[in-house]
Design a protein around this ligand. Structure first.
Ligand code: NZQ
Ligand code: ZN
Length: 384
């Protein structure tokens, strides 16, 4: 196992009815900016619960944060924060609202020039406004990490930054928010969380059984509980298990001391930036291609995945690898997520564009930093 440091200060408040605790977790006298998305919170009662809880505070609202939050929109919120001298940000929504709020928190106090530098040049975040989160969609893990992904429409770039300073002070996870989620978003959440685990697990062995078994237990839980939520949106127990799985998948714990990949995400972000395909769907397309192309490098872990999650233990190594990839594709498709580029109307020209972009960036990706434009071409051609 590699050396590591782990620090996670996020207070998790989990369970039915817990949104009522929002106000009591915000410092007295705070001037709050409540951030939200396209309005789902008005239809499912989440807004009313939050407002009742923060009734003793001065609250200004900023809505309209898009899925895959836009830099252009977030900068309007930054202006509002400065004008109104906001002291606390309250994110009420899914991963996009929370990621957007993290960027607002950092950009509002950024003193080194254009806040875009935080994303484009990884400029250091030296301070950030405090954030609280009421999560309405289990998927990204953003509620318990310091990551944020932002899209700049003007340049079709989807970039990320990470800082301990933008980790929420608290995150409220009430599984009942899942009851109002459309099928598509539940499926996206299951697959996004699944691939988060894979990015930190499906690399090469470094003798880390704790991380491996944690990872496998999250994968198994997603495979078992995800379909229950899809079949019955008001199955509270299944919703609770799905929600906690998604948080555990990307709160840093399973990734300590082990190699990490993230190539699926980096290639997937291009599919969202150019074609607007939902984040999780891009991952379902790219991951099987990566597993095919890297079947030698990832052999031990692919076989471990197949055995532990789907009980695949007979056949030659190659047969077991093929069966594991096949089972995974079957799982993604069973929750309603197609896994091939043509399923989304993406043409071969896109492959050229992405390869060119990675060529310009000049760095390679993956746990061994050996995936460059040529490998990306093979991965995407595998998905045609
Ligand atoms: O905008 P509203 O009206 O709220 O509707 C949203 C949105 O249309 C809707 N929704 C959310 N909660 C709902 C609901 N509808 C009904 N009932 C509810 N309870 O769902 C739609 C999608 O929401 P969004 O926040 O975009 O989804 P998600 O949570 O999957 O977030 C995706 C974003 O997170 C980034 C992705 O790249 C993408 O931009 N990621 C962030 C990560 C992180 N911070 O660590 C890691 C991930 O890998 C990911 O990259
Ligand atoms: Zn993701």
């Amino acid at each position: 196992m590699y050396n590591f440091e782990y620090q996670n200060p996020v207070k998790i408040i989990f369970g039915k009815g817990e949104i009522a605790k929002t106000g009591m977790n915000i410092p007295e006298g705070s001037k709050i900016l409540l951030t939200y998305g396209g309005g789902s919170i008005f239809k499912n009662g989440v807004y009313d619960q939050v407002k009742a809880s923060v009734k003793d505070f001065e609250v200004i609202e900023f809505g309209g944060i898009e899925p895959n939050p836009h830099y252009e929109t977030l900068m309007k919120a930054v202006e509002l924060v400065k004008k109104e001298q906001i002291t606390f940000l309250l994110s009420v929504g899914g991963g996009s609202v929370l990621d957007g709020t993290k960027f607002i928190a950092a950009a509002a106090l950024f003193t080194q020039g254009d806040p875009w530098l935080i994303l484009s040049k990884q400029a250091k975040v030296e301070s950030a406004l405090p954030i609280g989160a009421v999560l309405t969609l289990p998927a990204t893990g953003s509620e318990m990490n310091g990551n944020s992904v932002v899209t700049r429409v003007e340049t079709t770039e989807k970039l990320s930054f990470a800082s301990l300073l933008v980790m929420p002070h608290f995150s409220i996870l009430d599984p009942e928010v899942i009851f109002s989620l459309p099928e598509k978003q539940v499926a996206n959440g299951i697959v996004d969380a699944f691939v988060h685990v894979i990015e930190q697990y499906l690399t090469f062995p470094v003798n880390s059984p704790i991380q491996d078994r944690f990872a496998e237990s999250i994968l198994k839980t997603l495979v078992e509980e995800g379909p229950k939520v899809l079949a019955n949106r008001t199955d509270y127990d299944a919703a609770a298990n799905l929600m906690w799985s998604a948080t555990m998948a990307l709160n840093g714990l399973i990734g300590v001391g082990v190699p990490q990949d993230w190539a699926t995400h980096m290639i997937g972000h291009e599919l969202t930036a150019y074609h607007g395909i939902d984040h999780a769907r891009t991952l379902a397309i790219v991951l099987p291609g990566i597993m095919h192309i890297e079947r030698v490098q990832k052999k031990d872990k692919i076989m471990q995945l197949g055995k532990e999650v789907w009980g695949i233990s007979v056949g030659t190594d190659d047969e077991r690898i093929d069966q594991t990839i096949g089972k995974m594709i079957e799982f993604f498709e069973s929750v309603g997520i197609p896994t091939k580029l043509p399923d989304y109307g993406v043409s071969t020209e896109f492959i050229d564009t992405v390869c060119k972009r990675f060529q310009q960036r000049g760095f390679k990706i993956g746990e061994k930093a050996n995936i460059g434009p040529a490998e990306i071409r093979m991965i995407l051609e595998d998905r045609l």
